[in-house]
Design a protein around this ligand. Structure first.
Ligand code: SF4
Ligand code: NI
Ligand code: NI
Length: 710
């Protein structure tokens, strides 16, 4: 074969289909009809990245085809052939947009085109390498069981796997757990649907990298260097698959094929031995995975973090208001602990007394003793909060909440596979040493399941420790400490972004508190958390310090020279793209609107979360818009320079309810207003600007009386 012939022929087929689909759309809907993919601020994101143009209507799609044609220039040079692959991607996106003209075209188990919010939700996991890579599987596998093994292999390593084509049904038949939360994501049955994963990579470049639209060369470099994706093609290939593969190669994603096509060193590889697909792929993309051996009968992987355990599939349940449950990490002397000792005190879930019981519900006290020369009591809560993740990583286990409101469920499959309480201990033991080995030398786990023990220990041991910790947390203010910390973790995706983490302002992803940073510094002295001495106050009201500016300038390689910690208008902190919430000014209400990533509806600013989010990100400062964590909403430092939390006029109901208790307490303490959230509007009351104003006026919202916000 001539590889180039194949690519050009595949591209021609996409062109033919796109022309047909668009002609049909023009005839049926007219050129002015809206043509868009679900909840995205970028029109057709790939075409936007390539050309700088947002296509929004059916008429635009027609123009898109013309733009795609410009990339098809038949020569016998590899660069031009890859360029035809870029055209193929553009045409696939146009075809996808046509598919979505009448709503979601995919069956219910296929995720299809992902929304901006979903792509943003991958941010933290990608930067922490919790998701170490992205696999794209195309075609039909000749051995469905081997396919399942390959997918499981990726899932067990935490990778995201996208499925295109018949492999979706094969994976379903093999009972692979699928969905965005389980990191196995069906894109669609047609090869054209591969654009849905291309779009994710491209949007990472736009959202986190702030790569300018229209500068495709820069996007290519971004995806090549920062998105660790690769492609597996199973079964026979055809020219459309190869044309799509050319685009993948252009973006720096190697393709590993079962059937020999040709070789492009490091980028197009042949691996006929299907038991080796995973290993060859990881090696080709340079993905190294650290494996920790854990004595546990089910998989333990970050890919299972989002797994839900439903009632009809539940074998055991602890806590969640049904039984008493708590979890505690506390420090003891090195001499008072036996490393790797795991004890279950009380009946296990397979105790004969539970024979014939449908769901085993027993009390659950999870006590983890740790000891280490570098351990500090401040780190206990940091370690304890990780329990939520460790227990969720277990395939078939779901953990919700924390401390003495924790709630754990276990599936029947996990039980049948032999999972018992002691395995919680094994997982916690291994993970604690894995992540915190620098400060923890020994770990001992005890699980209590007798009511009297769980109740007694909660009073005698657990609550007193929680209380001491709460007092410490309450006393931690920006004024009470000498150092703040940088967090530069997101620089792997947003190269100039720096979070400044203070006791009253956690990182904008919501995952990094000041105590976390303090622990991170200890664990990784030259890592992402570096102390910033609070030297050289410039303006207390704005939260401006010379030392903060110097460190931020250094960490951002000069891209950002000044940041304030308490203002959203004057040199606000940058946003990287993975923020939990974004706030934006609503001038007519003299306040701000906050919207969280999960909220898909419209806001009174006339923009959705995705649209607001697209105003900022990539490590740039955008006065008036700022990404932040959920917890920051109740902070007394939240936009303190502009008057603070009293300025909040609108939030989605779910977010409002979530932060109400803490927000109301802070507002009460600062301004003496009771039940402030009753004055804050939400989507169930009004979204339209005028109606929101009416509501605020009726409630006497304080923002209306404050100095003009701008
Ligand atoms: Fe990224 Fe900031 Fe969170 Fe660090 S604190 S992971 S830089 S968002
Ligand atoms: Ni789980
Ligand atoms: Ni980030």
């Amino acid at each position: 074969y001539n590889l180039f012939d194949i690519i050009y022929s595949g591209t021609a087929k996409y062109l033919e289909r796109a022309e047909k689909d668009v002609a049909k759309a023009i005839e049926e809907k007219g050129r002015d009809a809206e043509a868009k993919l679900p909840d995205t601020a970028y029109g057709l994101a790939t075409i936007y990245a390539i050309t700088g143009e947002k296509l929004l209507t059916v008429g635009d799609l027609e123009r898109g085809i013309e733009m795609a044609k410009e990339h098809i220039n038949r020569t016998n040079m590899l660069a031009d052939a890859l360029e035809a692959g870029v055209a193929a991607a553009m045409l696939c996106e146009i075809i996808q947009a046509c598919k979505y003209l009448d709503g979601n075209p995919h069956p219910e188990w296929v995720d299809g085109a992902l929304t901006d919010a979903v792509v943003r939700s991958f941010g933290v996991a990608l930067v922490t390498q919790d998701i170490p890579g992205v696999a794209v599987i195309i075609g039909e596998h000749k051995d469905p069981e081997q396919l399942a093994k390959t997918i499981k292999s990726y899932q067990n390593k935490g990778l995201q796997t996208y499925l295109v084509g018949k492999c979706i049904d094969q994976a379903r038949d093999q009972k692979i757990k699928m969905g965005v939360d389980l990191r196995v994501i069906p894109c669609g049955y047609e090869i054209e649907d591969v654009i849905n994963v291309v779009s994710v990579a491209v949007r990472a470049s736009i959202m986190f990298g702030n790569t300018p639209a229209g500068e495709w060369e820069k996007h290519r470099i971004y995806t090549r260097d920062r998105v660790f994706a690769f492609v597996n093609v199973f079964g026979d290939w055809d020219d459309k698959i190869i044309a799509a593969g050319a685009c993948a190669i252009d973006m720096g994603f190697p393709a590993i094929t079962e059937t020999y096509i040709n070789e492009v060193p490091t980028l197009l590889l042949n691996q006929p031995d299907l038991t080796k697909t995973d290993a060859t792929s990881l090696e080709a993309r340079g993905i190294k995975i650290k494996v920790t051996e854990i004595d546990c009968p089910v998989s333990v992987s970050s890919a299972f973090e989002g797994e839900r355990v439903r009632k009809d599939n539940m074998k055991a349940e602890f806590g969640g208001n049904r039984t008493k449950a708590w979890e505690l990490v506390h420090t003891v002397e090195l001499g008072d602990i036996e490393d790797h000792k795991i004890t279950v005190v009380g009946p296990d879930i397979d105790d004969p007394q539970f024979d014939g019981v449908d769901v085993v519900r027993i009390p659950f006290g999870l006590e983890i003793k740790v000891a280490g020369k570098a351990m500090q009591s401040d780190f206990e809560s940091v370690l304890e909060r990780r329990l939520h993740y460790f227990l969720n990583y277990i395939e078939g286990s779901m953990h919700v909440g924390q401390r003495n409101i924790c709630w754990v469920r276990l599936t029947k499959e996990a039980f049948d596979a032999g999972f018992r309480l002691r395995h919680f201990g094994e997982v916690v033991y291994a993970k604690m040493l894995d992540e915190f080995g620098k400060v923890v030398d020994k770990v001992e786990v005890t699980i209590y399941t007798k009511e009297e023990d769980v109740v007694r220990l909660e009073e005698e041991l657990v609550r007193p420790i929680y209380n001491v910790r709460d007092d410490r947390l309450n006393s931690l203010t920006d004024e009470s400490v000498d150092v703040f910390y940088t967090c530069t973790l997101c620089q792997s995706f947003a190269p100039s972004h720096v979070c400044v983490v203070t006791p009253e302002r956690l990182g904008l992803c919501g995952a990094v508190s000041w105590l976390d940073s303090k622990a991170t510094k200890e664990l990784d002295p030259t890592g992402p958390a570096q102390p910033i001495e609070k030297n050289g106050v410039i303006d207390e009201r704005l939260g401006a310090w010379e030392e903060v500016n110097d460190v931020v300038a250094k960490c951002s390689q000069g891209a950002v020279e000044k940041v304030t910690l308490y203002s959203i208008l004057e040199d606000p902190m940058t946003s990287c793209g993975c923020f939990e919430c974004i706030c934006g000014i609503m001038p007519e209400a003299n306040g701000v609107v906050i919207v969280n990533r999960e909220f898909g509806g419209m806001t009174p600013t006339g923009m959705t979360f995705g649209e607001l989010a697209s105003m900022t990100g990539g490590g740039v400062q955008t006065p008036g818009f700022m990404g932040h964590g959920r917890h920051f909403i109740s902070s007394k430092k939240f936009m303190a320079a502009e008057g603070g939390i009293e300025r909040i006029v609108w939030m989605p109901k779910e977010l409002k309810d979530d932060v109400a208790e803490r927000l109301n307490k802070s507002v009460q303490e600062l301004y003496g207003i009771e039940n402030f959230t009753d004055m804050v509007c939400d989507e169930t009351i009004a979204v339209d600007s005028e109606a929101v104003l009416e509501f605020l006026t009726e409630k006497g919202h304080p923002a209306l009386e404050m100095d003009p916000i701008m």
